[in-house]
Design a protein around this ligand. Sequence first.
Ligand code: FES
Length: 200
Amino acid sequence: MSDLGPGEIEPVDEVKRSFLKKTSLFLGAVGAAGVGVPLLGYLSPNKSTKEAGKPVTIDVSSMKMGEQKTVLWRSKPVWVIRRSAEMLASLSLTSAFLKDPDSAVDQQPDYARNAERSVRPDFLVLLGVCTHLGCSPTYRPEPKSVDDSWNGGFYCSCHGSKFDLAGRVYKNMPAPINLEVPPYHFMDDNTLVIGDSGSG
Ligand code: FES
């Protein structure tokens, strides 16, 4: 209950005003810090994200002809396939049925823009992600295992896209372009490094 008369104004309490000012500045700083920490956390990749982006090294010395290995790189599957002479011969058989047989679309490093889409013909390295909607196709190396004209390759059962044994897409498929070849190099005859083109 105020003792002020009509028209009188309560005198300013300097101590109270100073306290309120300091309190609001403090709360503002706390609020800003609270917003800033999650933002910084969002903008800085965490340890597992950094790890996932690192090159992956694989020993391919024990891989048999036709064998497939799958590794994760940047949280995506990467296939390594050891191709036999018969598998390589199938590439020229399927060329006429492919949408981009010469790899004109930029879906591979320059060193894999060749008939086999690879550094070494006997090893194929592909990102195992369909270029239609991102399913992971299955490896079907056996001739006629998908249809009568099938010479082996990758089949995406999601919507029926077909790729040959170099990851080249057939004509008139839902997938618009060839499977991607990631950067990679051979450190030596038996060691493959995925995610790094190397110096040469
Ligand atoms: S995601 Fe492969 S055909 Fe649709």
